[in-house]
Design a protein. Sequence first.
Length: 116
Amino acid sequence: MQNVNDFYLQTKTKRAKDNVAILQQKTDSVRGVMTGAIYRAAEAIDATPNLNPTRQVQRIAPIQTSQASAEVNKVMLGQLIQNLELSKIALQKETPLIQIVDKPVLPLEKDQVGKK
């Protein structure tokens, strides 16, 4: 009975589980890219500590690029997290509840009609 229940759950929820797994992977990936962009902006500031004011292009361009990348990734991450949570809710809704109501007691009693 357990094998039948497991197979039924797997077939009913396969697509929803796959969607959740894909969204989780993409969310983690975008989060990593966003963190990298934030660190690159900080590294650009650290790389030029006493910069000549007339040479601001060496600091501003990398910082602006990293900040823009971080902002875009921040928006993407927000949407991915929202979609991930909606997919998890959909998975919970699709997952059928299988509950064993009554278990048979073995061996079952034999009711036979006698000659009487």
